[in-house]
Design a protein around this ligand. Structure first.
Ligand SMILES: Cc1cc2nc3c(=O)[nH]c(=O)nc-3n(C[C@H](O)[C@H](O)[C@H](O)COP(=O)(O)OP(=O)(O)OC[C@H]3O[C@@H](n4cnc5c(N)ncnc54)[C@H](O)[C@@H]3O)c2cc1C
Length: 434
């Protein structure tokens, strides 16, 4: 929590949206002694019953926002169970049956390991989303969050930023940070409803998500595959699994491509029909079939991402997390980028001593965070193409795929975050304090 000996900053910030991004931002602001109100449209904080995996960069960013986030995370985070596999992000295997491999040059075994990708020296860890949200919520004092507040409009009136909510009420702040997710209203307001980059685009992929009690998973596919993170690659689809909840549960996401590349349903999350998943994965190996048959209460998620916005701020209004740069999940890096955003922006605002310098802080944030987070979006789409043998250069050349996978994520995981902040401070005209 905030160091009590520093005086409160002379401005108030409105944070719109209480997901991982908005909560990390609010905690970061409080840690910098900045007063804020978090406006959440839902009646309470809520996350879905699924896992989220966080790379070493995201875990380091937590400590840098507020060491209490990292302490809470450590209590609920799960890594691969086998010590010799702790540093692996995923082990990549061929997931389809041998006869489906076509031109892939591999021995006639049903499952073949393609690569073991090491996630720097920290390795890979994952949490149950709802439990991580609880960790974050516990760091936000009573009175900071207001619920049932769907932001509809943000305007500058005289010297104040004025928010108008769906229920007709209004609120004032000196700065507004839109953290309202992939379908962000803040993004529409900031970029303009008709701007070509405002709306998310369907990526041609959808995903079945579900959980499996670990004992059942072990019974079906064995200790090694169930208790350590695995990726099963195949033509136009892939499946990933990783342990969460201290190894009590296996998280599953099974991806497929939509042949016509279109998503016409206005809902992006649909209940799953068991027959659909088995049709989609017909011809996949026994391990994958077992995993799919055990998934409990799965949903189907259409995967959308954002075209690159020309800016993440206008005046004293900024975007953060998925509202700024919604990404596909193929690098497990979307939430991590929201956490990095919150680290950089809360520290920049922590150096601001008057309302008229807020815009400079946003300028530094935009200059440094936009290129990196947008690169995560494009390389995430590229990642799915590799896992599904759709990449034009790599095709189904397993040697080339292995070499590519082994190094293509390092720039995400090994980022020097204090250095990133320093560069943002330079753009903002601030003195570096790290
Ligand atoms: C299938 C799938 C798997 C994923 N797996 C991973 C992973 O393993 N690792 C990873 O790092 N990332 C992953 N991601 C991405 C990650 O989930 C997101 O990047 C992250 O949750 C974004 O957090 P956020 O706070 O920006 O947005 P959100 O979590 O969407 O939160 C937005 C909040 O704003 C509220 N809100 C919406 N509109 C308004 C409004 N108008 N006014 C006020 N409040 C509003 C919402 O109710 C919500 O609480 C995955 C995504 C998908 C789809």
């Amino acid at each position: 929590m905030a160091p009590t000996d520093t005086p409160k900053k002379p401005f108030h910030v409105a944070v719109c949206g209480g997901g991982i991004g908005g909560l990390c931002m609010a905690i970061g602001l409080l840690h910098q002694n900045i007063s804020c109100t978090l406006y959440e449209s839902a009646p309470a904080f809520a996350e879905i019953g699924a896992g989220v995996s966080l790379g070493p960069n995201a875990v380091r960013a937590m400590s840098l926002i507020d060491p209490d986030i990292k302490k809470g995370y450590d209590k609920i985070a799960t890594s691969n169970a086998w010590p010799e596999k702790r540093k692996f992000w995923f082990e990549f295997n061929l997931g389809q049956k041998g006869e489906k491999w076509g031109d892939i040059k591999a021995p006639g075994k049903e499952m073949l390991r393609v690569a073991q990708v090491v996630a720097s020296d920290m390795g890979h860890s994952s949490v149950h989303r709802a439990h991580f949200l609880d960790v974050l919520v516990n760091l936000v004092p009573d009175g900071v969050a207001q619920f049932g507040k769907r932001v509809e409009q943000v305007e500058k009136k005289a010297e104040k930023m004025v928010l108008t909510f769906h229920d007709g009420s209004t609120a004032e702040a000196d700065a507004v940070i839109g953290c309202d997710g992939v379908k962000s209203r803040s993004r529409q307001i900031l970029l303009g409803e008709n701007h070509q980059t405002t709306n998310p685009t369907f990526t041609g992929k959808y995903a079945y998500r579900g959980l499996i009690p670990m004992e059942k998973a072990v019974g079906a596919i064995g200790e090694e595959l169930a208790r350590n993170s695995q990726m099963y690659m195949g033509r136009h689809g892939h499946v990933l699994t990783f342990p969460i909840e201290n190894g009590k549960t296996m998280n599953v996401v099974a991806f497929q491509s939509k042949a016509d590349g279109k998503w016409e349903d206005e809902r992006w999350v649909l209940p799953m029909k068991k027959e659909d998943i088995f049709n989609d994965f017909a011809g996949w190996g026994d391990d994958v079939q077992h995993i799919l048959s055990l998934m409990e209460k799965p949903d189907v998620w259409a995967l959308f991402d954002h075209p690159p916005a020309p800016t993440y701020y206008k005046g004293r209004f900024a975007l953060l997390g998925d509202a700024a740069h919604a990404s596909t999940p193929h690098q497990g890096a979307g939430a991590g980028q929201a956490i990095e955003d919150a680290f950089v922006l809360s520290n920049l605002l922590g150096q601001v001593d008057s309302v008229n310098k807020i815009e400079n802080a946003f300028k530094g944030y935009d200059a440094i965070r936009r290129p990196r987070s947008q690169r995560v979006v494009t390389t995430s789409r590229d990642a799915a193409a590799i896992y599904e043998f759709e990449d034009e250069r790599l095709g189904s050349d397993l040697d080339l795929i292995k070499r590519t996978l082994e190094s293509r994520y390092d720039w995400i995981w090994d980022e020097d975050l204090p250095q990133q902040l320093k560069k943002a401070q330079e753009v903002a005209g601030q003195r570096a304090n790290l």
